[in-house]
Design a protein around this ligand. Structure first.
Ligand SMILES: Cc1cc2nc3c(=O)[nH]c(=O)nc-3n(C[C@H](O)[C@H](O)[C@H](O)COP(=O)(O)O)c2cc1C
Ligand code: SF4
Ligand code: SF4
Length: 363
């Protein structure tokens, strides 16, 4: 039914990359030329002359990551081409019992955007892969990870077979309903993830300054700073995808829980109230007080987080302070996770071809 298939994926720790490779392999086994494209920060679409596209990505905050939303919005008109969407989500396993994640609005939001762009969406699925949110919990052990991944492969293969056979498959309606109820949290996450969570990362004393994290960040969100002893600095464009944390060879990327408390305290200061009180003496702003308050709150938080993180990144170079931060975060104790069969170099390419026995376009 299809001649070619282009799959666009975003992946932090390899789960969505692995899912996309399974889907491309299934297409290839049916004699369908297929290619994978990694969604980078500035990636433009490569979707030319194909009759099926897929978008595969992790769930963040019960919805799709901003990078994927932006990428989908920028796709050219679909003109009736077929499309499918897969959102990987946080599967876990407690005492041999597998527990599902919740993709919320992730899959259907991207499906809706694709429909608006003129694509005919043939399938949507949420797929349990091992949870990678290492700022919150330790990484799953290899046995549990492999258990979840093996189950996921069966589901991904079956989904893809259905789509390639020309049928439709729409999964996760209950998750969508819960996602809609939780949509205020998802909306808040788009800001909190970027401006709060991303500002908790720091490199512990184990960092050698190798720069691998900066080089491999799919968003280019890490800058190496500091002359002959370089250190990673996390900018506001970080999507909290966990790649740097999952793949640092020295397990040096930490997410500071103690600094989270400091940031929370700074964010709670009623600065906008004082500013507005003084402003009202000079400018009549009563009629749009709410608007001014929201705007000031936002600007204040942004600037204060930026300044606080700048101070942290200077202080973190002092070994004693670094130790203090390192030993007051749980991530120091957490096992790191990345998809067990996915090396960092596997995700380096922007484009992968599945129309020949060669796995990667560049060899
Ligand atoms: C910041 C962040 C937020 C997440 N939010 C959710 C969520 O709301 N629901 C869920 O089921 N999984 C959530 N996850 C888990 C990931 O979606 C899941 O582990 C995914 O498979 C990771 O894929 P990747 O390795 O391709 O990045 C979150 C992970 C991170 C890092
Ligand atoms: S945090 Fe890790 S990957 Fe990044 S520079 Fe330091 S050692 Fe290298
Ligand atoms: S800085 Fe780390 S967590 Fe943030 S987007 Fe880059 S690799 Fe992902």
């Amino acid at each position: 039914m299809y001649k070619s298939c282009e799959i666009f994926f975003m992946s932090g720790t390899g789960n969505s990359y692995r899912t996309a490779t399974w889907m491309a392999e299934t297409a290839k086994n049916r004699g369908i030329k297929s290619r994978l494209h990694q969604i980078f920060k500035d990636s433009d679409d490569k979707e030319e002359g194909t009759d099926l596209i897929g978008v595969v990505f992790p769930t963040h905050g019960f919805t799709a990551p901003w990078q994927v939303i932006r990428f989908t919005i920028k796709l050219p008109p679909g003109k009736g081409k077929h499309a499918f969407v897969a959102a990987t989500r946080a599967g876990t396993r407690v005492a041999s019992i597998p527990l599902p994640g919740m993709e919320g609005t992730a899959g259907y939001l991207i499906a809706l955007l694709l429909m608006v762009k003129g694509y005919i969406v043939r399938g949507v699925m949420g797929l349990d892969m091992p949870s990678n949110w290492m700022s919150l919990h330790w990484g799953l052990n290899p046995e549990n990870s492999m258990f979840i991944i093996r189950r996921a492969k069966i589901k991904a293969d079956s989904f893809m077979e259905t789509i390639l056979a020309g049928n439709r498959k729409f999964k996760g309606i209950l998750s969508l309903l819960l996602g809609l109820i939780l949509s205020p949290i998802s909306l808040a996450y788009l800001f909190i993830g970027r401006f709060f969570f991303a500002k908790l990362f720091f490199a512990s004393g184990s960092c050698t300054g190798c720069g691998l994290c900066a080089k491999s960040c799919p968003i280019g969100a890490i800058k190496m700073t500091g002359g002959n002893k370089p250190r990673p600095y996390w900018t506001f464009s970080c999507e909290s995808c966990m790649r740097c944390m999952g793949y640092c060879p020295n397990k040096a990327v930490e997410s500071s829980h103690s600094f989270a408390i400091v940031l929370y305290f700074i964010a709670s200061l009623p600065v906008s109230l004082y500013v507005l009180k003084s402003m009202r003496k000079f400018i009549p702003i009563e009629h749009c007080l709410f608007f001014f308050k929201i705007t000031f709150d936002y600007i204040y938080k942004l600037i204060s987080f930026f300044v606080a993180y700048l101070i942290l990144s200077w202080l973190i170079r002092i070994p004693l302070f670094n130790k203090l931060c390192t030993y007051t975060t749980f991530t120091h104790l957490y096992r790191r996770y990345h998809e067990p069969d996915t090396a960092l170099k596997d995700m380096e390419l922007e484009e992968y071809s599945y129309d020949s026995p060669q796995k990667h376009k560049d060899g």
